[in-house]
Design a protein around this ligand. Structure first.
Ligand SMILES: Cc1ncc(COP(=O)(O)O)c(C=O)c1O
Length: 437
């Protein structure tokens, strides 16, 4: 008798996949019709076998690209041993990974969670635990949390409470009380809002979803000084910018002083879900057995894979590659920017780059996909590039060639649409004037 194909391996038509998704999956994402089935390096392949150049890396996750042989080997090896034993017991990899992360970051201890938002939740709890029972000079509780305008920290209730974008927050109110937003890079506003009632200040050293906007040196140094003065936690959210993406292990390392707490996730386990928060002993000691926990966080499989990821970054000197390819990519985009006046600014560092447009970005993302290029757009008009750390000079050259064609084509359509709009507006004027009379 012929073997029946398992439902997970049977080939489904893209149309059937989209139909099931429309019917059964909660309607939270707007996706293009393409179905990706597999990848290799910085290439992804769809169900029709078409190849795409992936300059998004699963939103900064696949730093080693797809199906990296050493990651595949580590997953295979550990899947055949123990994927999960729970945090009630030791496993061979968690402490080794924590030690490496402590070495990378300059901090002392690590707590493992499953995602970025969960790492943020833990970091906020740690700051509150450190301040627990303390009061300000005037007797007020030390519970206020400061975050920055234009920030993004995730979708759980705590992470949302420190995320600035109104459209993400508003439908879920009331959020956690006691959060105030400081104007981005505004030292005067920071000084006005910081006092001894603050237990934490959360910053992204480079705002990711906010449009690849770097925090200024002056703001960081003042934040560091105020946090120390008032015994509050300076929390650096490096979920998007950390673990090598800027060409440094952490983006904050350009400032020369340490945060108290760092959150990480995205590339940590090379595509498997793993997040963590790291802290100096001074703050980490606030957590004692039973105060915080996670069923899945830090299991043997994900920790073994994360160790392999960090080891590959070190052994293959990928930080140098990030810096070199980042410079090539940025240089190439700046040349294109000089020829296209709708590009306002190119920002970022290493392989986290934003191309700020004066026009809407969505048509560029669509045109890029049509030309088998994966990028995305944040804040409606900022194109974002987050390619894998392993890209070569040839990949960069290929990207730039295709991207130039994307710019030309999408700009032409945008110009046609706006001239149609202008014609329609001109046509509408007498009608509107008549209607107004
Ligand atoms: C800076 C930053 N913090 C937190 C998060 C939330 O991470 P996750 O989606 O893994 O919960 C993200 C996700 O994009 C992020 O970029």
């Amino acid at each position: 008798m012929a073997k029946k194909k398992s439902t997970t391996t049977a080939r489904l038509s893209p149309a059937k996949i989209r139909a099931d998704e429309a019917r059964y999956v909660m309607n939270t994402y707007r996706r293009p019709p393409v179905v990706f089935t597999h990848g290799r390096g910085c290439r992804l392949y769809d169900s029709q076998g078409r190849e795409y150049l992936d300059f998004l890396a699963g939103i900064a996750v696949n730093a080693l690209g797809h199906a990296h042989p050493r990651i595949v080997r580590a997953i295979r090896r550990e899947a055949g041993r123990a994927t999960h034993v729970s945090n009630l017991f030791h496993n061979p990899y968690q402490a080794r990974l924590a030690r490496k992360l402590a070495e990378w970051s300059g901090l002392d201890r690590v707590f493992f969670a499953n995602s970025g938002a969960e790492a943020i939740e833990g970091a906020l709890k740690l700051a509150r635990a450190h301040a627990h029972g303390k009061t300000s000079a005037s007797g007020a509780p030390k519970t206020r949390i400061l975050a920055l305008e234009n920030s993004f920290h995730g979708r759980t209730m705590g992470a949302l409470s420190i995320t600035h974008t109104q459209k993400y927050r508003e439908p879920f109110a009331p959020l956690i009380p006691g959060v105030e937003f400081v104007r981005f890079n505004d030292v005067t506003d920071l000084e006005a809002k910081f006092d001894d009632t603050v237990c934490a200040l959360v910053v992204e050293p480079i705002q990711g979803e906010g449009g690849i906007v770097p925090l200024s040196e002056a703001f960081w140094q003042r934040a560091r000084a105020l946090a120390t003065q008032y015994d509050a936690a300076l929390i650096a959210d490096e979920i998007q910018s950390g673990l090598g993406r800027t060409g440094r292990k952490f983006a904050y390392q350009r400032f020369g002083s340490l945060p108290d707490v760092v959150t990480i996730a995205k590339p940590l386990a090379a595509g498997l879900p793993l997040g963590a928060f790291l802290a100096s002993e001074r703050f980490a000691s606030a957590l004692t057995p039973g105060l915080h926990g996670s069923t899945f966080g830090g299991g043997p499989l994900v920790c073994a894979v994360a160790l392999e990821f960090l080891t590959v970054v070190e052994e293959e000197d990928l930080l140098a590659n990030v810096r070199a390819r980042g410079a090539e990519l940025r240089g190439g985009i700046e040349k294109l920017a000089a020829r296209h006046e709708f590009i306002r600014e190119v920002r970022g560092e290493g392989l986290i780059l934003g191309i700020d447009l004066v026009i809407e970005g969505a048509p560029f993302v669509k045109e890029a996909l049509r030309r088998s290029l994966l990028i995305n757009c944040t804040h409606d008009h900022i194109l974002r590039l987050l390619p894998p750390f392993i890209i070569s000079s040839r990949d960069v050259a290929e990207f730039l060639k295709r991207f130039e064609a994307v710019l030309k084509r999408a700009a032409k359509s945008a110009a046609a649409a706006s001239s149609q709009g202008a014609q329609a507006a001109a046509h509408a004027q007498p009608i509107l004037r008549a209607a107004a009379r």
